[in-house]
Design a protein around this ligand. Sequence first.
Ligand code: FE
Length: 130
Amino acid sequence: MNMENILQSADWKTEKHVPVIECAEQVTAGELCEVKLSLGKEIAHPNTTEHHIRWIQLFFKPEGDKFSYQVGNFAFTAHGESVEGPNLGPVYTHHAVTAAIRINKPGTLLAMALCNIHGLWQSSRVIAVK
Ligand code: FE
């Protein structure tokens, strides 16, 4: 099975489905740092009852380690649904979240996002530790 066909990736500047990971390039071991996860930073992704981002998950793979760790699972659960009909509801969850993490090894942050109709998308970002 070719995972690239399932977990799609591209440059987030040209593809609205790619999760954007924003954090410091280097952090101090053991100190809290913020990681902002969003999507559609350059090209907005729709947020409607019919077409929206369901969730973004964050993983951390320490450099040289075999396994990745799940860091967070952020669900976006309101997309204008209502008894009045689609897109007539009072609230939409925007697909952006800021997580606070502590790491004590350098590694790679991996973000995975699910669009309800366009499937799974991923991106990664190396993070150094001093
Ligand atoms: Fe989509």
